[in-house]
Design a protein around this ligand. Sequence first.
Ligand SMILES: [Zn+2]
Length: 234
Amino acid sequence: MEGICSKKTLVKHKEKKTCHHGPTNTYQVQTPLGEMTIVSCPKGLHSLSQAARTDDTFKPDKWCQVEFISQLYSDNGYTYTPALHCIQWLKNYFLKQENDTRPSICPSISRKDTFTGKVWQTLTENVPFGETISYKGLSLAAGRDGAFRAVGQAMASNPVPLIIPCHRVIRSDGAFGNYAKGELNSVKEWLLQFERELFNLNSRLPYHGVHKHCILSFIQVSKEISVFTILTIL
Ligand SMILES: [Zn+2]
């Protein structure tokens, strides 16, 4: 069967789009999730999307390296720093290396001053690599307790998956919930497992943190039992 890495396609001609920061450019990148498309204007990202959309035939390949494939305009007079940053960010992400900064998102799509924008920002800034939050928990953290359906809609309309890490939002009962409107649920599961592997190997937060908390609680309980036992003996 043909692997993800061997599936290289050239960018087909697309209509030139613009926002008021300038024209957009489109980049194709090979990743463990298959081919991804980055659309960016000079100011920030407009979208990051995955070509494969069907769970039945799609399997991520963690050995596949992030690699630039092609771009729509080689030189149209603009520099697309956010797109280049995004490619490097993806490389670091899939190598599980620290990303100090996120590629900027174009203000025209960031939905600032809306609840959706607040949810995206809260998730991105507060739920790091390897951690998860429930839809309900995110609604509370974003300042509208109980609005978990609106959170679900915000996730469904996320223009830049991975960078706004909607895969880290799961259901309160621990079930993963939908990803890409239910078309890539296996990818969500794969991403969560992929991130958790790092913490299992390196004993870093949050899993180490959870264990530490459990150990501290145990020690505290043990001391109480010890004191109680000594008093009884005395
Ligand atoms: Zn823009």
